[in-house]
Design a protein around this ligand. Structure first.
Ligand SMILES: Cc1cc2nc3c(=O)[nH]c(=O)nc-3n(C[C@H](O)[C@H](O)[C@H](O)COP(=O)(O)OP(=O)(O)OC[C@H]3O[C@@H](n4cnc5c(N)ncnc54)[C@H](O)[C@@H]3O)c2cc1C
Length: 473
C-alpha cells in the first residue's frame, strides 16, 4: 500500500492484520480509551492489535503514510495517562505479542515479546529455575513493553534495580517503520551509545518496543517476611540501614506504610487483617531473601532493634500464607484509595537520607493549607521513593478537592526539588506531569530530550501529548 489518504487507512490496516484485530465500535474501543484511574479519556481513530513484529512495522508504516499519530498501549495499568489517546490516533495494542521467545538459564537471560504480562515472564523464569525479580501489584495485567516504557520499579528495586537495570537488549519498531534488532544478551557491550536506554522510560514517544532480553537471577533458597511497627519515617530509615548492615544484601523489599494508608485497606478490602494488634502510626513490611540461616538471623536482628527502641513491635510470617497476607495489605493500598474516591497522587523520590525530613515538611505544609486533608503516604522507602498521595477531607466535595490539586502539587513538587528529588520516581510523566516537568527540568535537559525526539521521530507522531512539554499537538 502506498500513500493511502486517511480514509483509506482503516481498510489498509484491516488488510494487514485482519478485520478482527481492528476495532472501531465505541463499545469495543472503550476499554482502551480510558486510563486505569479513570482520569483521562480520548477516542482513538481505531484500536489495532498486531500479532507479529512485521505487522507492528506495517501498522507504523501505514500510519506514517497517512500522517496519523500512534498511541502504544500494553496492559493499560499506567498511572499517568501515557497510554490514553488524546483523540484521533491509532491506538496500537501490543498484547497479542505475548510469546516467550527464549530462556537461557546458563546465561541468566530471557527473551520475551513486549505484550507478555510481567506475571507471565516471572512464571516462565520460575519454570527454568530462575527469578525475574521485577514485581508490581499490577503484574497480572501490566506488560513488559509497559514496564520498559515507564522504567517500572516496584518492590524489589532495593536489591535488583529498576526495569532499566534488568534489561540487556531490545527490539523496537521505529517511527519510520524500520525494525531495530537490538536483542543482545550481553553483560558487556561498549560499542558506542547504548541505544536501548533511550527507549526505556520513553513512554512510547520514540518507538514501539516489540521484544526484550531481560536478566534472570538465581531463585532465593529461603525468604523471610516481617511486619514491623516503627515510630516514624526517620526510624524506618534507620531500621533499614541497620538491617542492611547486619544482614548484608538479603533485604529485598522494605515498604513503609502510614496508618491512614492501611486504614483505607482495612475499610475497603475484605479479608485483609492487620498483623499487629495495636495500629501504630507507621508500619513496615520487610522481606529478606537468602539462605536458611535467615531463619535465625532475622529474629535476632529484629530483637536487637527492639531492644534499642527502633521498632516497637514485630511479627515474622511463619508460612507462605502469612507472608502473602502481609503483601496483600501493601499491594491493595492503591486499590483501596481508588475505592475511597478521588485522589491527588505524587510518586516522588528524594535521597533516602532526606526522606523523613521531606515527609515531615510536606505533611506540615499541606495540613496547614488544607485542614482535614488525609495524607496517604506509603511505598518503597528503601529506594527513597514514596507515593505521597492525598485523599480529601471527609467533609470536602470532589470538585473543590480536584480544584486544589495545582496548589497541592506546587507544595509537594517544590519541596521535592528543594530536597534534590524527582517529581516522578517510577510512574513516568504521561499527560499527568508533562507540563509540570517544564518547571523542574533545566532548559539544557529539555532541549537535549527534544533533540533526541526530533532525531528519532521528526514528524512527532509517536504518542503525542505525552512526556515532553509542548512538542507537536
Ligand atoms: C495497582 C497498581 C500498582 C502499581 N504499582 C506500580 C509499582 O509498584 N511500580 C511501578 O513502577 N508502577 C506501578 N504501577 C504502574 C503500572 O502498572 C506500570 O507503569 C506498568 O509498567 C505499566 O505497564 P502497562 O503494560 O500497563 O503499560 P500501559 O499503561 O499500557 O502503558 C504505559 C506507557 O508505556 C507505553 N507503552 C506501553 N507498551 C509499550 C510498548 N510496547 N512500546 C512502547 N511504548 C509502550 C504507553 O504508551 C504508555 O506511555 C502500578 C499500577 C497499578 C494499577
Amino acid at each position: 500500500v502506498t500513500n493511502p489518504p486517511t480514509p483509506d487507512l482503516l481498510p489498509a490496516l484491516i488488510r494487514l492484520v485482519g478485520a478482527a484485530q481492528v476495532l472501531v465500535e465505541p463499545a469495543d474501543i472503550a476499554p482502551f480509551s480510558t486510563d486505569w484511574r479513570g482520569r483521562y479519556s480520548g477516542t482513538p481513530l481505531c484500536v489495532v492489535r498486531p500479532g507479529t513484529v512485521d505487522e507492528v512495522a506495517g501498522v507504523v508504516r501505514l500510519c506514517a503514510q497517512a500522517d496519523v499519530a500512534i498511541v502504544p498501549q500494553g496492559g493499560n495499568t499506567g498511572l499517568c495517562g501515557g497510554a490514553t489517546p488524546i483523540g484521533g490516533e491509532v491506538l496500537v495494542s501490543l498484547v497479542r505479542l505475548n510469546r516467550i521467545r527464549d530462556v537461557d538459564a546458563l546465561n541468566n537471560a530471557i527473551t520475551v515479546e513486549s505484550g507478555c504480562t510481567l506475571q507471565q515472564v516471572q512464571e516462565a523464569a520460575a519454570k527454568a529455575g530462575r527469578l525475574f525479580p521485577l514485581a508490581l501489584a499490577s503484574e497480572g495485567s501490566a506488560t513488559i513493553g509497559g514496564n520498559l516504557s515507564t522504567n517500572a520499579g516496584g518492590v524489589q528495586v532495593l536489591r535488583y534495580g529498576t526495569m532499566r537495570e534488568l534489561t540487556l537488549g531490545l527490539e523496537v519498531v521505529l517511527p519510520s517503520g524500520e525494525i531495530w534488532h537490538g536483542l543482545r544478551a550481553l553483560r558487556k557491550d561498549n560499542t558506542g551509545y547504548d541505544l536501548k536506554h533511550l527507549f526505556i522510560g520513553a513512554e512510547g514517544t520514540l518507538g514501539l518496543i516489540t521484544a526484550a532480553t531481560l536478566k534472570l537471577y538465581p531463585r532465593p533458597r529461603y525468604q523471610s517476611t516481617a511486619w514491623l511497627a516503627v515510630r516514624d519515617p526517620a526510624s524506618a530509615v534507620r531500621v533499614l540501614a541497620a538491617l542492611r548492615e547486619s544482614l548484608d544484601n538479603t533485604v529485598t523489599a522494605f515498604e513503609l506504610m502510614s496508618d491512614v494508608a492501611l486504614g483505607l485497606v482495612a475499610q475497603h478490602i475484605d479479608g485483609a487483617p492487620l498483623p499487629l494488634q495495636q495500629a501504630p502510626a507507621w508500619q513496615v513490611l520487610v522481606e529478606f531473601s537468602g539462605s536458611a540461616a535467615l531463619a535465625d538471623e532475622v529474629p535476632q536482628a529484629l530483637m536487637a532493634l527492639r531492644e534499642i527502641g527502633e521498632i516497637s513491635d514485630a511479627v515474622i510470617a511463619s508460612n507462605d500464607t502469612q507472608a502473602q497476607a502481609m503483601w496483600r495489605l501493601r499491594e491493595n493500598i492503591s486499590e483501596a484509595q481508588k475505592r475511597e474516591g478521588v485522589s491527588i497522587k505524587h510518586d516522588i523520590s528524594v535521597p533516602v537520607s532526606r526522606m523523613a525530613d521531606f515527609i515531615a515538611r510536606a505533611d506540615a505544609q499541606l495540613t496547614q493549607q488544607f485542614p482535614g486533608l488525609r495524607i496517604v503516604c506509603f511505598g518503597h522507602v528503601g529506594d527513597g521513593n514514596v507515593h505521597y498521595n492525598l485523599s480529601k477531607s471527609l467533609t470536602q466535595d470532589n470538585a473543590a478537592f480536584i480544584k486544589s490539586a495545582p496548589i497541592a502539587n506546587r507544595i509537594v513538587h517544590d519541596l521535592v526539588t528543594e530536597f534534590g528529588g524527582s517529581i516522578s520516581a517510577e510512574h513516568g510523566l504521561g499527560q499527568l506531569k508533562r507540563d509540570e516537568i517544564a518547571r523542574y527540568k533545566s532548559s539544557v535537559e529539555l532541549d537535549m530530550q527534544r533533540a533526541i525526539k526530533r532525531a528519532l521521530d521528526p514528524t512527532g507522531r509517536m504518542n503525542p501529548g505525552k512526556l515532553l512539554p509542548s512538542c507537536r499537538h
